[in-house]
Design a binder for this molecule. Sequence first.
Ligand code: PMP
Length: 396
Amino acid sequence: MPFADRLNNVETSAIRELFKLLGKPGIISFAGGFPDSAMFDVEGIREASQLALSQDPGSALQYGATEGYNPLREQIASFMAHKGAADVKPEGLIVTTGSQQALDLLGKTMIGPGDKVIVEGPTFLATIQCFRLYGAEIISAPIDADGVRTDVLEALIAEHKPKFVYLIPTFGNPSGATLSMARRKKVLELAVQYQTLVMEDDPYGDLYFDEAPPPSLLALSAGVPGSRQWLAHCGSLSKVLSPGLRVGWMIGPEELLAKATMCKQFSDAHTSTFAQATAAQYLKAGRMPGTLAKVRQVYAERARTMGRALKKELGDAITFTQPGGGLFFWASLTGAHGKVDDGAVLAKRAIEKGVAFVPGAPFYAANPDHSTLRLSFATADVAKIEEGVARLAAAL
Ligand code: PMP
């Protein structure tokens, strides 16, 4: 078929290829980026969907506004207010079909062939692919345990004058890293100083374990004059409630939201009204705090188990920072004692031993670190995590 040239910029990800192997019976998977389906609040969602149908069936089943279902926009604005972004108005956000669509709309509205975009190295793979599809030249800013290195970021912004900077500041995927408070302020100042849009992608900020992370860039922007004009933010119910609902949102400057809404019109017209009405009823019923408390507790225990097991079973063959939230361990193979030091090689051997994870290299837009790997602790219970890590050690 005479496919469009833009497809030459992207390829099926190595990770997707690996997922094909996951069907093998008995495999313990640390590979996915999914929440645990056993933790879905089925009862709460059932009640919410019934209320959506009984209270406002006309809206829940009809075409709706591209910007989103107003009762949901109101609920999301108040959800954001609870998280410190008190000045977000319902009309200052649009509902998107997952936050993935917010990222796609950002790409569609901002990126032309050859435009430069800065992302973290490593970052969310689907975003790299999405921005490449629009022809972006992607520049990678390194991270450390405190998130993106703002000194390097500043130099890259000054040199490349990117269309925007894309960051996952809190419990990043795949890095698990969280941007420090000082660096958060610096990012906002850089946005103003260089008049460069920053997109904050925040699907994991609510999934913290012991202590809450620093406030989002969005919440902090009130204290940095002029920064709101250069800041966009996307959020999602996927990791905390249900990815199948496909409810996400985008907050940003009015002119960006207007263009994104126009592009969304040609794309899916609007996010499922039934899903939106269900989500609105769910949030209105006040169930979210209880749901968050439960998932935080379960994931915290799994993360502690994985950290302990990795130390015990893999010892100095691996280094990692214990994550304070999110879904992932990001680790590096050291090659100590002649053990495997390449994540992709270990991934193949691990499948043979009955455990799956994803190698880290594909998460880099440039200069991949082949020693890295991403392990999700979200979907396996404590016993499976221990068994899976033991199998991983056997594959080394
Ligand atoms: N951003 C990041 C960093 C993610 O990890 C994901 C999901 N893996 C998304 C966005 C998209 O999530 P959704 O479209 O389900 O909201």
